[in-house]
Design a protein around this ligand. Structure first.
Ligand code: GLU
Length: 446
């Protein structure tokens, strides 16, 4: 069966790792069923939503390779929402309430003090026409609640298994604000109906919303879709990941951390599932193996170290043609395949290559403490061609000739060749520096 699914972020901040997981899982599910992936921008909260966040959602998804088949925005669908609202009002499923936030808070407090659950008491259902007129005359605008059916609500969640709520134990949710604007819940259900969504895949924080949404689907006259609620990702200490919003946006991982998109995909596609987390170079091999039932109910931990390990393992396998444009944009136009293949096993982030490039090509300020030793070593440099065995052969010859070994042998050579006492592996680096530059650096003080 071809699934029709949606990823429905709210553009109230930069796209966050926790949210991206829902996007990846939803995307893989769509692709595996040869289905349809809808990007839905949930922008009913006009105060908090910003165009720059919507742009960020799109550019982040594109960077990750999560292409969408269709896009919609809730802001553009008000006329349709009004139509459904009219029907629900006529059916008595939406009813006007006049309590102020203070009055509601007081009610809750009283209920809690009496040991009762803080469920809305439906006072508004019993208001007479005169009472309503009186409120209106006072200038109060109603907000509207959805009248829940007091009956059990059950569904078979594709991740959590059987889930059961009792409609009688839930507050009637507010669906329309005082200013007349509908809230996310109603818009989401209407969209899921109109776009024929077959599966709603989203975070566990929506489980209780789903219970009321199921009744809304029925009130609109539609069978609810299937649901899958993914557990929230926690940070390595078990805390809530979303609290660290700024630090784990895709934008940050891309621009500040300089990570590969496939490292993020490789981690989040498998995190908390029965399949092993492995480095993938493209999304395709993840599609075939994907199944929602492999995800467990427990909150998985997001480990930055693991992400970095994946990033380096991905770089180690990345062919030159996948990075050459980026390297050129980073200012290393002359960096060739030979250099890339020699250096890539040493990279954690692509950015690390800058240092290798600089040390190989200069500028390097050689540090020479014992000019005699450096000159002697220079005289022992073998003739070209050089390869990854050249360093070993050369240092053995220098060792034999000078009697130096260990740090006394290697450190002065490193400092002369690179100007530093640490850095990239010299066996790899020496052939990239080449005989001419190596000779010049060793002879600097001679
Ligand atoms: N905008 C909601 C969110 O970001 C959408 C949840 C959903 O229905 O998928 O949490």
């Amino acid at each position: 069966m071809k699934a029709k699914v949606r990823f429905a972020p709210s553009p109230t901040g930069y796209l966050h790792a926790g949210n991206v997981r829902a996007a990846i899982v939803t995307w893989l599910f769509a692709r595996q069923t040869n289905g349809h992936f809808l990007l839905r921008i949930d922008d009913t909260d006009t105060e908090r939503c910003k165009p720059e966040y919507e742009e960020d959602i799109e550019s982040s998804l594109m960077w990750l390779g999560l292409s969408w088949d269709e896009k919609t925005r809730q802001r553009d669908r008000n006329a349709r929402y009004e139509e459904v609202i009219k029907k629900l009002k006529a059916d008595g499923r939406l009813y006007p309430c006049y309590e102020t936030p203070e009055e509601l808070a007081l009610k809750r407090k009283t209920q809690l003090a009496r040991g009762k659950p803080p469920i809305y008491d439906r006072t508004a259902l019993n208001l007479t026409a005169e009472q309503k007129d009186k409120y209106k005359a006072e200038g109060r605008q109603p907000h509207w609640r959805f009248k829940m059916d007091h009956e059990p609500i059950e569904w078979n969640d594709l991740v959590r298994g059987a889930v059961r709520f009792d409609g009688a134990a839930m507050s009637d949710p507010v669906l329309i604000r005082e200013d007349g604007r509908p809230l996310y819940h109603l818009c989401s259900v209407i969209d899921d109906v109109d776009y024929d969504i077959s599966h709603v895949i989203r975070g566990e924080d929506h489980v209780s919303n789903t219970a009321s949404h199921i009744q809304m689907f029925k009130a609109i006259g539609r069978t609810p879709p299937e649901f899958a609620h993914l557990p929230m990702i926690s940070d390595i200490e078990g805390g809530k990941l979303s609290k660290r919003l700024g630090s784990l946006s895709v934008k940050d991982l891309r621009e500040n951390e300089g990570l590969e998109p496939m490292a993020i995909i490789s981690l989040l596609a498998r995190l908390g599932s029965a399949d092993p987390i492995e480095p993938f170079l493209s999304l395709d091999p993840l599609i075939g193996n994907f199944h929602l039932s492999k995800f467990s109910k427990g909150a998985p931990k997001f480990d930055m170290e693991e992400l970095l390990r994946l990033n380096s393992r991905i770089l180690h396998q990345t062919p030159f043609e996948n990075v050459n444009v980026r390297l050129a944009r980073m200012g290393m136009q002359e960096l060739d395949e030979n250099f890339w293949l020699a250096v890539r096993p040493n990279l954690t982030k692509l950015e690390d290559i800058r240092e290798w490039w600089r040390v190989a090509n200069g500028p390097v300020e050689p540090v020479i403490e014992d000019p005699g030793f450096a000159t002697q070593a220079a005289g022992l440099l073998p003739p070209p061609p050089w390869n990854d065995q050249t360093w070993k052969g050369w240092t053995e010859a220098v060792k034999t000739a000078t009697g130096r070994k260990g740090k006394d042998l290697f450190m002065p050579l490193r400092k002369a060749l690179t100007g530093m006492d640490h850095g990239p592996e010299l066996a790899v680096l020496l052939p990239l520096i080449g005989r001419e530059k190596a000779l010049n650096r060793l002879k600097k003080a001679a």
